[in-house]
Design a protein around this ligand. Sequence first.
Ligand SMILES: Cc1cc2nc3c(=O)[nH]c(=O)nc-3n(C[C@H](O)[C@H](O)[C@H](O)COP(=O)(O)OP(=O)(O)OC[C@H]3O[C@@H](n4cnc5c(N)ncnc54)[C@H](O)[C@@H]3O)c2cc1C
Length: 258
Amino acid sequence: MKIAVCVKQVPDATVHKKIDPATKRLDRFGEAALNPTDLNAVEEALRIKEAAGGEVVLVSLGPEKAVESLRKALAMGADRAVLVADEGAAGSDLLGTSRALAGALERVEADLVLFGQASSDGDGAVLWAAVADRLRRPLISQAASLEVGDGTITGKRQTEHGYDVISAPLPAVVAVSDAINEPRYPSLKGIMGAKTKPQETISLGDVGVDAGAAGEAGAKTTVLELGPPPSRGDSVKIEDDGSAAQKILDYVVERRLL
Ligand SMILES: Cc1cc2nc3c(=O)[nH]c(=O)nc-3n(C[C@H](O)[C@H](O)[C@H](O)COP(=O)(O)OP(=O)(O)OC[C@H]3O[C@@H](n4cnc5c(N)ncnc54)[C@H](O)[C@@H]3O)c2cc1C
């Protein structure tokens, strides 16, 4: 079975995120990492491959430096990576991103396309629905477990009252939840081997997306204004000069919070 996993490079969780005031976009030039919940999708793909055989192909849209993050998933065990890197893609909103990824996925011709739950920078958790719609494939979202049958895939989706059990014919698209598994750590052998695995960098043109249909030119969303969250008037800042613990205790006792 050929499994494609959509993974995104995001700013590293330890880095303070900044917005570029000129473009009103997230500054993505600093330390970066693979989006944490996408590791669950990679892990699930590897487990399916280990049980049923096949190939795991990573698919990503991002700057050229995203290959560094793709290498982590290759080190976990993915077989190859396809990165759509194109200056014309900068500033892509949901429309452009879904066009580019759907085009790349059409080239890969996977039986199963896996997504993570949401990215730590975009956090819309709707991209997989847009891609499934473009590919005209069924979608199972928030999958907390997956089982591959004969030409079908069945997922359990956690709800307020229990589980929905959803079956779809393959080829299908699945967005996994972060409860589905515990991603493995790459082994030393995996890390060394990742450097020699095939990594293809392609352009928007290669995936059939015209200039103007992605990036800022193709965006139908405009960021009008950005600002810090309103400050809470009742907050108190305590500097730690060695007496912070006592000051915090006094604060909560005064307000009868203890
Ligand atoms: C005006 C505007 C400009 C934007 N400019 C940029 C920009 O320059 N660069 C940028 O990265 N984002 C940009 N974004 C954000 C980007 O459009 C969204 O993150 C993207 O559409 C994903 O949609 P989502 O938030 O629903 O999915 P998310 O919650 O972000 O992701 C869901 C899942 O989809 C997959 N996924 C998400 N993005 C990618 C990707 N790029 N490649 C492979 N898999 C992916 C992952 O599996 C992820 O877990 C912009 C958004 C707006 C509104």
